[in-house]
Ligand binder design. Structure first.
Ligand SMILES: [Zn+2]
Length: 197
């Protein structure tokens, strides 16, 4: 069954999808009505044609600026740097950041061989330099793993001459968590990043 194998093969290429799951997705398509399949195909074409990157922050955008960059009430002196658009969405959900973002689309990784020029790092440097001092703070919110740390260090070196405040998000104890069960690295960071109350 060539057609079936083909669609399973396509689903297998989706991130995080294993062989069993790919098979279930394929079965769903087989059982779906022709109208439903047509709307799937249409949605795929539409997303490919319309969804591009925001020219300012590289978040997803449907032509022109993304909704955040287009929002005049956002504080442009504050840029939060994230690895992926999903990270931006997560921070937006927290509703405690009023600045703008920069999406790197990856992290520098000496192990995986990802160099700074393979992610949107130069674009951030250009943006900060072009602001001519209007950007007051860059918050680095890359992941708290080896690659995220390497990226944060690299960014700090790169941006230091052009922006007065470079900060890193704090790591800490999750709300509702048990100190007892925390790993010592996180606990160490939580202590180091303690705040006065
Ligand atoms: Zn944007």
């Amino acid at each position: 069954m060539k057609a079936l194998e083909k669609i399973i093969g396509i689903f297998r290429r989706f991130p995080g999808v294993g062989p069993k799951q790919a098979e279930r997705f394929a079965m769903y398509v087989v059982k779906a009505s022709p109208g439903e399949v047509e709307s799937m195909v249409e949605a795929l074409r539409e997303v490919k044609a319309l969804v591009k990157y925001c020219p300012d922050c590289y978040n997803y955008a449907e032509g022109g600026l993304c909704p955040i960059c287009a929002d005049q009430s956002r504080d442009r002196s504050l840029i939060c740097v994230v690895e992926r658009p999903q990270d931006l969405a997560a921070i937006e959900k927290a509703k405690s950041f009023s600045g703008v973002y920069h999406v790197l689309h990856g992290a520098v990784s000496p192990v995986a061989g990802v160099s700074p020029d393979q992610i949107r790092m130069k674009e951030l440097l250009d943006r900060v330099r072009a602001s001519d001092g209007a950007v007051k703070e860059v918050i680095i919110a890359t992941n708290p793993d080896a690659d995220g740390e390497a990226t944060a260090m690299y960014l700090t070196r790169l941006l230091k001459p052009y922006v007065e405040g470079i900060t890193r998000i704090a790591y800490g104890v999750p709300l509702g968590g048990d100190i007892d069960y925390m790993d010592e690295v996180t606990l160490g960071y939580a202590l180091k990043g303690r705040i006065k109350i």
